[in-house]
Design a protein around this ligand. Structure first.
Ligand code: SF4
Length: 243
């Protein structure tokens, strides 16, 4: 179903007081089968995967296989797939980057993390989203300055609707949901790794640091690009060149 920008703005405001499950039910009713969830398969991801599988057990779940994950994340992805019979779709960089990644891929997280994220995350997600009507994501407002300004419903490139059912949840609410439903947790300790991405770009946080302080530390970067303007751009756009 297609909604006008005005309808989406109005619904997004209404959903500020709705539960995540109500938002997911609305998404399933209006967009299936052209609807997918993206997940990084860390502890924070578990409540949304759990809610989505309750609402629509065969929903596609996109996982970015960057080739740079912690073993623990791959193990956890495998574990959840098995116990919940999830419909996971692994997304990989386009074949055209094969030679670039073979020669420079190992160092790219340090030499040009924006290009690295574009090749390994943003472009595979752009391709996977082609033709979809809507995309469910687990971003929360308290995570970053950029996310603090997000809306629950937002149109992105090519009329794709991004749906963020947990946007208003705090990390404590995420953990309460996990405890209340006795859900599994990523093997890395949450107190040191509350936010987990690729191995070269994730460090343990210290007591009192923001939950995402360990992501791209010292790189001047807080987002991979899936939730910034980078998602609306292509590789020819200014700013995504080799350094
Ligand atoms: S998080 Fe790091 S390793 Fe992963 S794609 Fe981005 S820059 Fe590359």
């Amino acid at each position: 179903m297609k909604f006008s920008p005005e309808e989406i703005e109005s619904l997004s405001l209404q959903f500020e007081s709705a539960s995540p499950q109500e938002i997911i039910d609305w998404a399933v009713k209006n967009f299936c089968p052209n609807l997918a969830l993206s997940s990084s398969f860390q502890t924070q991801s578990v409540p949304l995967i759990h809610m989505v599988k309750e609402a629509k057990p065969d929903m596609r779940i996109f996982f970015l296989d960057t080739g740079m994950h912690f073993w623990d994340t791959l193990f956890f992805r495998e574990h959840l797939e098995q116990i919940w019979n999830l419909n996971i779709v692994d997304l990989r960089p386009d074949e055209k980057w094969r030679m670039v990644l073979r020669h420079f891929g190992h160092d790219l997280p340090q030499t040009d993390p924006n290009l690295c994220c574009f090749i390994r995350k943003v472009q595979p997600m752009q391709k996977a989203m082609d033709g979809l009507g809507a995309w469910i994501t687990g971003i929360r407002r308290e995570q970053t300055e950029n996310r603090a300004h997000a809306k629950i419903l937002e149109y992105k490139r090519d009329g794709l609707l991004r749906i963020a059912p947990l946007l208003n949840w705090t990390l404590d609410e995420v953990l309460d949901y996990i405890s209340a439903n006795n859900l599994p947790r990523h093997p890395m300790p949450l107190s040191r790794y509350p936010s987990i991405g690729c191995k070269p770009c994730t460090r343990a946080i210290q007591l009192g640091e923001n939950e995402r302080a360990g992501r791209w530390d010292g790189q001047g970067k807080t987002e991979c690009g899936l939730h910034t303007e980078m998602f609306n751009q292509d590789i020819r756009a200014e700013g995504f060149k080799f350094k």
